[in-house]
Design a protein around this ligand. Structure first.
Ligand code: NAD
Ligand code: UDP
Length: 644
């Protein structure tokens, strides 16, 4: 038989092709390599019964085939949310194209649908006639890409905000006040809202930066906070409490005996200026003795500013701990200092690793004037300025967040964006409030890209952690449409269809970065990183090994039933159990840590496979331990680079 597999270079598709080729069929693989890879089908490339066509199924194609397995669609949240509109197009236009092809050449059409069509199910296990618990405009925001809100307990992701916890707001006198929201509403289209309806406040704040405001006539409407609107009640954040008293000295500690340098403390202002610049530009390089290596392209004047120029008396202490070396490190503009003070070396060492840089917490609660010194020094290092706005660049996500927080504390408005998708480079966009007096903040007017705004002179402090937190159900809705289209083509045009709803499937060739639980845990354990359990890990999932699934596909395709039919493994495990299993298998010393539960994360997902058993005599045969063992081996080979 001549069989078309769309998405054949992906995880499930390539296993299906292996089986079809082994059965002696002629196979055409159609894929645009969005998430699939040639490596998955490499072994068939020279086989005369195999043909690979690079094609995007949102464009029509003409082929002569007898059966079509339609799998093309990114399957992991990280990938399908990356471009939600494309995901919808693939499911709608792509499925229509494939159904059109099936109609034209009278091929049997098989749709790989998903258990996600049931939404967050409230019936367990799910049978095929269950209609689902669906929120078609809800957010299924993924992982830690949430907006956070400043509370009395520090920053917390919006969905984790517990009832009764007080939220930081600024009053017209620029004082922080903490208030318990009257209501935490999940609103269609805007997501979370905090409502202070019954207090003296009269507004709501949403995490995706829409304000829900009452205008002068009392009418409620939405206003987007991060567009360039001049709105006279807007004011930028001055985000948090400051230390009332300034710190005059920074204590380096007592020097060791026989120390070359006997500096015990330095002026705090000088220290902050040095530290900010150092965090941006410096790194410590250990070679027999610790050194500071500044690999940057500023000329020596900047160092003079840093160390000696402005206030030579004040700066001599730091200068004494650092000695310019004649050695040129990269080129003539690079500078290197030897750290002559052991205490200083110890303080600086942990701060200097490029992807892991951060601002130690104790510097995020200084007086506003001193915060500003640190902020300006950071900008001098890795910032740029355009008019009144700044941008700060760093490879460290933590440092980007810290700079944002510092900027907000200094009275600026700041957002963090991933500057180069696919690479870790973050940009903090910083804008000063118009006419702000940063030393003694006044209620100010602000026009521009505010991160959070106030209404009636009150501000709630929110910040966005990571990229787009707001993404609709492109995948779930797309698959529901694909199912509807399949049944309509069947009823109206007589297309011979088969529809399966796949439950969580795992196995070799899953992408290492697909963000799904099995691949995440395995990769983390192999890399000796902590295993990240979302929530308390009590939610359950059922995991089906890929060879079992493929067996079910082929049986359904060649049966006389059209479905929809569940295929999955009914064996249920909590996510914590899964983490422990993988931990024991790979790395019993690996740590398990708990992270916030993504919004709308189903508590339980479990297939009822009675239909598959009765119609096809199908049930899974590979136990979880065995399947995990095979999967771990494949990941180990790939990660350790042993894949042939
Ligand atoms: P995958 O991402 O590994 O494979 C999908 C393949 O489709 C990739 O090779 C990708 O390059 C290709 N593709 C995507 N958009 C395309 C387009 N516009 N044109 C051509 N090719 C395109 O995912 P997978 O896990 O193998 O999933 C396969 C199918 O099974 C998907 O339809 C998915 O929705 C469904 N499914 C999978 C699971 C699971 O647990 N893996 C669960 C439920 C449903
Ligand atoms: N999960 C987790 N840690 C991770 C990835 C996922 O605890 O690193 C959880 C996730 O919150 C969900 C479950 O594991 O409850 C399965 O997630 P996955 O994305 O693999 O599948 P789905 O939610 O689509 O069933």
């Amino acid at each position: 038989m001549r069989i078309l597999v769309t998405g054949g270079a992906g995880f499930i598709g390539s296993h299906l092709i292996d089986r079809l080729m082994a059965q002696g069929h002629e196979v055409v693989c159609l894929d645009n390599f969005y998430t699939g890879t040639k490596r998955n089908i490499l072994k068939w490339m020279d086989n005369p019964y195999f043909e690979l066509i690079r094609h995007d199924i949102t464009e029509p194609i003409r082929l002569e085939v007898d059966q079509i397995y339609h799998l093309a669609c990114p399957a992991s949240p990280i990938h399908y949310q990356y471009n939600p509109v494309k995901t919808i197009k693939t499911n709608v236009i792509g499925t229509m194209n494939m159904l059109g092809l099936a109609k034209r050449v009278k091929a049997r059409f098989f749709l790989a649908s998903t258990s996600e069509v049931y939404g967050d199910p409230d019936v367990h296990p799910q049978t095929e006639d269950y209609r689902g618990n669906v929120n078609c405009i809800g957010i299924r925001s993924c992982y830690d890409e949430n907006t956070e809100i400043l509370t009395e307990n520090g920053w917390v992701p919006f969905p984790n905000l517990q009832p009764g916890v007080r939220v930081a707001t600024l009053n017209p006198d620029n004082q922080i006040e903490y208030h318990v929201p009257d209501e935490h509403i999940v609103q269609p289209y805007v997501g979370n809202l905090l409502r202070f309806a019954n207090s003296k406040f009269d507004f709501c704040v949403t995490p995706n930066h829409w304000m829900y405001v009452k205008n002068r006539t009392g009418k409620l409407n939405f206003l987007q906070a991060d567009t360039d609107v001049y709105w006279h009640h807007q004011r930028a954040i001055t985000g948090a409490e400051f230390l009332a008293a300034e710190q005059e000295w920074f204590e380096l500690g007592e020097p060791p005996r026989n120390a070359k340098v006997n500096v015990e403390r330095v002026r705090m202002d000088d220290w902050l200026e040095f530290l900010g610049y150092y965090i941006s530009e410096g790194c410590v390089h250990v070679r027999r003795r610790a050194r500071v290596v500044n690999g940057c392209d500023y000329d020596i004047a900047d160092y003079n500013i840093l160390i000696a120029q402005v206030n030579p008396e004040g700066r001599t202490a730091i200068a004494e701990c650092l000695q310019r070396t004649p050695f040129k490190f990269f080129d003539s503009d690079d500078h290197q200092f030897r750290i002559c003070s052991k205490q200083l070396a110890e303080i600086l060492l942990p701060l200097g690793k490029s992807g892991d840089k951060y601002i130690p917490r104790e510097y995020l609660n200084l007086s506003q004037r001193q915060s500003l010194i640190l902020f300006k020094a950071l900008i001098l290092g890795d910032g740029s300025q355009k008019g009144n706005a700044y941008a700060y660049y760093t490879k460290s996500k933590q440092l980007a967040d810290d700079v944002q927080e510092l900027a907000m504390r200094c009275g600026y408005a700041a957002t963090v964006v991933n500057h180069a998708i696919g690479r870790d480079l973050y940009r903090v966009n910083i804008r000063p409030p118009k006419d702000a007096n940063l030393v003694t903040p006044e209620p100010v007017r602000y026009a521009g890209n505010v991160y959070c705004v106030n209404v009636k002179n009150h501000v709630i402090c929110v910040r966005r952690n990571g990229k787009a937190a707001f993404c609709g159900n492109c995948y779930d809705e797309g698959k529901r449409v694909a199912e509807t289209l399949s049944f309509d083509y069947h009823r109206q045009n007589g297309v011979d269809i088969r529809v399966v709803r796949i439950f969580n499937t795992y196995g070799p060739r899953m992408l290492e970065n697909d963000g799904r639980v099995v691949s995440n845990f395995i990769v983390q354990a192999l890399r000796n990183e902590p295993l990240t359990v979302y929530g308390d890990g009590s939610q359950t999932r059922s995991f089906c090994y890929v060879s079992d699934l493929v067996e079910g596909f082929i049986r359904l395709m060649n049966s006389d039933k059209i479905g929809p039919m569940n295929l999955g493994n009914p064996g249920e495990y909590t996510i914590l159990e899964l983490a422990q299993k993988i931990q024991n298998m790979i790395n019993p010393g690996a740590e398990i840590i708990f992270k916030p539960l993504p919004q709308d994360d189903p508590k339980q997902r479990q297939p009822d496979i009675t239909l598959a058993k009765n119609w096809l005599g199908w049930e899974p045969t590979v136990p979880l331990d065995k399947g995990l063992e095979l999967t771990v081996k494949d990941f180990r080979d790939r990660i350790e680079g042993n894949q042939k």
